[in-house]
Each structure stands twice: as structure tokens, then as C-alpha cells.
Ligand binder design. Sequence first.
Ligand code: NAG
Ligand code: NAG
Ligand code: NAG
Ligand code: NAG
Ligand code: NAG
Length: 775
Amino acid sequence: MKIFLLILLVQTLVVLLTLSHLDAAVEYGNQHRPKKTYIIHMDKSNKPAVFADHVNWYESSLKSVSESAKMLYTYNNVLHGFSTRITEDEAHLLKNQPGVLSVIPETREELHTTRTPDFFGLEKSYSLLPASDKVSDIVIGVLDTGVWPEIESYNDKGLGPVPRSWKGKCESGKNFNSSSCNRKLIGARFFSKGYEEESGKIDEKVESKSPIDDNGHGTHTSTTAAGSSVSKASFLGFASGKARGMAPTARVASYKVCWLGGCFGSDIIAAVDAAIEDGVHIISKSFGGSYPGRYHSDTTAIAAFAATARGILVSASGGNNGPSTTTVTNIAPWMTTVGAGTIDRDFPAYVKLGNGKTYKGVSLYKGKQLSDKVLVPIIHGGSASNDTDEGNFCVPGSLIPEKVNGKIVICIQGRTGKVQAGLVVKDAGGVGMVYTREHQSTGEELSAAPYLLPAAAVSLEKGTEIRTYVDSVPNPTATIIQGTTVLGVQPSPIVASFSSRGPNLRTRRILKPDIIAPGVNILAGWTGAVGPSGLARDKRRVSFNIISGTSMSCPHVSGIAALLKAAHPKWSPAAIRSALMTTAYSTYKNGKTIEDVVTASAATPFDFGAGHVDPVAALDPGLVYDTTVEDYKDFLCALHYTPEQIKTVTNTNFTCNASKVYNVEDLNYPSFAIPLLAEIDDFGAVTNVTRTVTYTRTLTNVGTPATYRASVSKVDVVKILVKPKSLSFKKAYEKKSYTVTFIANNMEWGSERFGRLEWSDGKHIVGSPIAFTWT
Ligand SMILES: *[C@@H]1O[C@H](CO)[C@@H](O)[C@H](O)[C@H]1NC(C)=O
Ligand SMILES: *[C@@H]1O[C@H](CO)[C@@H](O)[C@H](O)[C@H]1NC(C)=O
Ligand SMILES: *[C@@H]1O[C@H](CO)[C@@H](O)[C@H](O)[C@H]1NC(C)=O
Ligand SMILES: *[C@@H]1O[C@H](CO)[C@@H](O)[C@H](O)[C@H]1NC(C)=O
Ligand SMILES: *[C@@H]1O[C@H](CO)[C@@H](O)[C@H](O)[C@H]1NC(C)=O
């Protein structure tokens, strides 16, 4: 599973390795052919009249290719059809049966806050927020690892009865009693059939076949979105204060689809199918695949389309594969894709060396501290090991106790997770750890971890200086001093190094990610099933934990979307996303562009999309770029998807109009991505061609009557023309269109330029990022 969560990354890797093992142990069916799970999408309008109902029809179609196969799930909302486990040959036969629209192979995805309300200015802006009783009508469906209901963050004090429209349920099972639900946690379900087909029956000694959260991730994300207010929250004394989710009176419905072995497409579709039926308003999804497939084979894109078509906003994490470019995932244009930034809070730990120098790192260590006056020897892991390489990475069992005893050990990131590496050092008798990197700078180290010995994670640059010191003197010494929580860190936010970046791999003309939100060192609720590090040996139990990832930024946006939905119940998911994006900020108060931690200089829309979410401004955006389900279908026509592929995504009987011209440029998106062809002449020189492209957009007035004027930033090699230059809206919900023409000079391959288009009536600024690439 790619829960987009950093701390657990290494454990997750271990799980993945184990799992690919399982994959390799191919299961043989009757015909000695390996079986796989497939999602079968049936064309509902083609059901022959002889079948009493759809399920009979599905069963009959399946029986015609396989006597023994059983349906895992039948689907009614996301698509009409079912999932089943059959051989590849049977899948081919099934594909050719009448009424079978598509046969999609199973996919596996992986799992990719107290101070944040203050950080947003939400505490000070209560009067601007929708009344809490309106917010309590909103249900956020969280697809994740389940929920740990016993913590204070799920208290339902002051909440009225469950909304009458709610049709969901609270399922019981191992370690989870259906009476655990209350007026806050109003639904809890689990979906494991696809997972169990792939990985074998769940071993209930290892994980619970119930909505209970054995991992912590789902408890963290759901309480970030909508955790109730807890006045004395902290993680081991760090980040102490009031903790609450973004929409503290919204309701939570938990859909457990992520297991030790990952999050499977057939389960995800079943969960969204149920969430639609249950009546959720927002879906939050903090996991994804590492490589986004085409929309008709991407189970998340298909499920999200069905949800969007019913007015449910789907917010998803963009992934933790940054800072490499073109890594962003969960990119369908009907989803809201969220990257991660920092907040103004830090958990410093200082490495003091024998040469008098001190380096700031980060750590969440709570326990017996080292002396800040008496320095102890510091060594490379590799110099205390029979295998230098393994020792440097502090691989379990690689350190020789006699050589480590009483010392601080330097461990390199790459093969052992942060907390785990610390345990390896501790087990060998070490008294402290400096954790650093060897290659590829990612800028200042930011993600703090709950170590079990004094430790500090430092950047590549600082780590290199510390390692050079260790090599340069005969008896190097050091100590590590844990600091306390630091608030008011500036500049903030900055884009996190791990946050996945654009451009959009699938559709270059749609900018992704859409937005960033807090995703570094976020405090939120935690499970009682495992300790804060997730390691089996970590016996600590906490009801709050501090973790990092786009997994953490996504539920911030989900919760804020719930506030917007409560304030504006009629707004479509696209209108809500537009409000979030056009009011996001991409500069600090001093006018400088938001930084990227990796470069310590200006980030770009490929890093932060429209910018950092601003919930208060989003409530009153003035204008929105609304997008209908029909627009998304037109978008698929523009991509030349076949009629069957379009039906697979949209679950509707839609065909492109052969005499109509469809353009991706015309999808009414609140941002602009303009990929241009870079051309060179026979001698390899950049030729001086100019290229002109025009994008059309339509704005809807969601404020009072007003006249808006366009302004664009200056881009050296592109002329940007907006027509008309001003738009007058006489009434609410009036729509006005404009075109924006980009006249671009030819540039070298790989060049990028960025700009911004703003519409303003003097009161609102409706801003859109523009990103040019020459490819
Ligand atoms: C679906 O489209 C086909 C072809 O356009 C048409 O014949 C059929 O009646 C439609 N079915 C429904 C249920 O709208
Ligand atoms: C579930 O909780 C209720 C109320 O606390 C209790 O009466 C019941 O015995 C519990 N059921 C199980 C199976 O634990
Ligand atoms: C290192 O090698 C020595 C000699 O072969 C062996 O006794 C010792 O167990 C090894 N230590 C580790 C940690 O591998
Ligand atoms: C198809 O597109 C053409 C050109 O835009 C339009 O005139 C016609 O009405 C469309 N047909 C349908 C069935 O929508
Ligand atoms: C550049 O453009 C000008 C005018 O369009 C043309 O005359 C000239 O030959 C071009 N130069 C190159 C190097 O292509």
C-alpha cells in the first residue's frame, strides 16, 4: 500500500517485498492457469429481457466462461457490474460476451493537527465560517486503513442527531463493535474481498477484518479532516495545544480499503459504490498508485467520476514521489489533487560536535537525554560493522556492539527507516543517532520522527559536514540535544521535498497538483493498535501522533471542502475546487513566491498548483470555474477515447458527436498548462517559430453583481492576450466566457515559464496559475 506517509515508508517497503513474494506464488486454478481479479463493467442498457434482474444476468455471463468463478462484489453506483477471480483466457472470453463493456485487471495502490487551524487563521475567523450546525450536515467519507474510535477526537459532544439522509452503517468485526459509532463517527465499513483474493485470507492475529485501524493512518487522516476539538492534545508533550480537524463538526464515515498488503481496486470501487449509496458529501483518499494509468483503466478515476457525477467532491493525495518531476498521481481532472507544504512549526534537535559546531536537525525524541556538556564518541555505522555498506545504512544486525557501545552512530537513509535505524543503534548499545542522506539533496530535513533514542535527522549538506568532521579528527565527539516545539517558523509554508510534482504525466494540458495544504509534521489522532512509529517493538501508545506526507495534506483539503459544501450546499465539486484554487496564495505576505525546500528558492505551479489553500478566502471566491459532468465527457472525447472507454469511465450511454470539435484546452479548469513543441533546425539550433494557442474558459458569478477586469503577469517569451478584458456580471450564477491566447516563442527543450491570470472586481481576486513547457 502506498499510504502517502513517510514515516511508515520503510515498513511499507518491507510489506511490499513480502507481498510481491505472495504475487510470485502464483495461484493455480482448475485449468492450471493463474487467476487474477478483474472488474467487469456491464453495459446496463444491453441487459437481455430474459433475465429477471442484473445480478442474474451477471451470473449467467460469468458462468458462460467459468463454471467455478464467484462474484466478489456486485457494483451498482460507480459502474454496473461485478468483480471476480478468473484466468486471463476467461477474461478474454468474458470481454467478448454481449453486454460486457470492459474487463479491468485488479490494481494495487499504496498508502501515500492542532496548530493547523491557527495556521490558517480559522480560529480568528469564526464569524466567517458556516454555522457549525450546517457543517454537521456534511459527511466526509474517508477511504483508508479504518478508524480507532476510542480516542477523544471522535467525541460527539454537542453534535445533533445523525443527518436524516444518512444511510450508511457501522459494521462490527474483530476488535470493532458497531456500538463504537456515535454522532461523530457515523459510519464504519470494511472492504477486503479483493485484498483477500490477492493475498490470501486475512490472518486475524496480524490484522483485523473489521473497520478497526491497525495502522494509524486512517485515524490520522479522518481526524485531520473532521476530528472533534480536544483541548489538551499533544504528542509526548510536543505540539501541545488544542487539536481539532478542519471541519470539527462534520461527520466521519470510515471505509477501510487499505490493508497490510495494499489498497485494491475492486475494494476501492466497492467502497465508493457504498459511500455513494450511504450519502457521503466528500470523499478523502490518501493513497494511490505510483504510475497513473489511462482513465478507463484507473479504478480511482472511474470511482471518482461516479462520485463527482453525484455531486461528491473527491480529494486525493498527489503522492510522495517528489522532488522528481512528473510524479504526481490521482490526476483525473474531476478530482482535487493535493500536494504538501510545511506549517510554521518545527521540532528541532541539535547535533553539537567536538569542534564546537552545532547543526540543527529534527526529532521527536522524548526520554532520557544526552548531556549537553559531556560529548561522546561519534562514528559512521560502517566503521562498526563487518560490512561497511550495511553498517552505513544501519541495517538490522549489522552493527557490532563492542564498537558501538556508548557512541553516537551516523546512519544513512535508504535501507532502514528512521526510527528503525535508531533501534538498530540502540540495540547495539549506541546512545544516539545522526540520520542523514548520501545522495541527492532534498534541502533542509523537515520530517520529524518519534525516535526511541536521542537522534537528529539532518540534511545532506549538514550530514556531509558532520561526516567530514568524523573523518578528519582522531577522536571525534558529539552530543545531541532535543529542542522543544518551535512556533512561528518563517518562511512558511514551503513545498515539502517529498510532495509529488507536475507536469501531469497523463494529460499535459491539465495542471496537477491542484493545490497544496499542510503535510509536514502534522498532529492528529492515532490508533491504539500500534505505537507512533508503527514498529512492532514500539510499545508506546498515544492518542495523537505527528506524521508527514501528502496523506496528511489531502484530509486538510477534504475538511475545508466540507466547510465550503456547508456554506454553499448547491455548489458542484468543480465549483468547490475552483473556489479553493482561485483563492489559494502562491506568495508570502512580502510578495515573494512560496519556496521549495529542495532549492530554497521560488517553487512553481508544478510544485504547488494554484498555491496554498486559504479556507477563509475560499468561502467567498467571487467567481468560479464550474465544470459539469458533460464537460468531463467532452474532455474524454477530446482525448480520442473510444465509445467503450468513455462508457467505462462515465458509466453512461454517451457518444462523442462526430461533427463537433473537442479540445482539452476548453475543459473549464481553474488553471492553465500549456505544453509547446520545442523545435530545432538541422544544425541543432532552436528555431524562431512562434506558436499560438487559445484556451476558452467560462466564469460563474457566485457573488454580487460586479465587473471584473483581467490582468496577466509578464512572461518574457510569451504574449498573453485575454478577450474580453472585462466581464460584467449582473446577477448571481450568471455565466460569462472569455478566451486567453498564448503567443509563444520557440524555446529549448525542457524550458519552463510561469505566469498568472487574475480577474478582479477590486474585492475578490480570482487567480489562475499558468505553466508553459517546451517539450
Ligand atoms: C444507448 O445508446 C444507443 C446508441 O446511441 C441507443 O440505441 C440506446 O437506446 C441507448 N440506451 C439508453 C438506455 O439510453
Ligand atoms: C458492544 O458494546 C455494547 C455496549 O458497550 C456491549 O453491550 C456489547 O456486549 C458489545 N458487543 C461485543 C460483541 O463486544
Ligand atoms: C563480525 O565478524 C566476526 C568475525 O567473523 C563475527 O564473530 C561477528 O559475529 C560479526 N559481527 C556481526 C555483527 O556481523
Ligand atoms: C453535433 O455537433 C454539431 C456541431 O457542433 C451540432 O450542430 C449538432 O447539433 C450536434 N449534434 C448533437 C446530436 O448534439
Ligand atoms: C526567423 O524569423 C524570421 C521572420 O519570421 C525569418 O526571416 C528568419 O529566417 C528566421 N530565422 C531563423 C534562424 O529561422
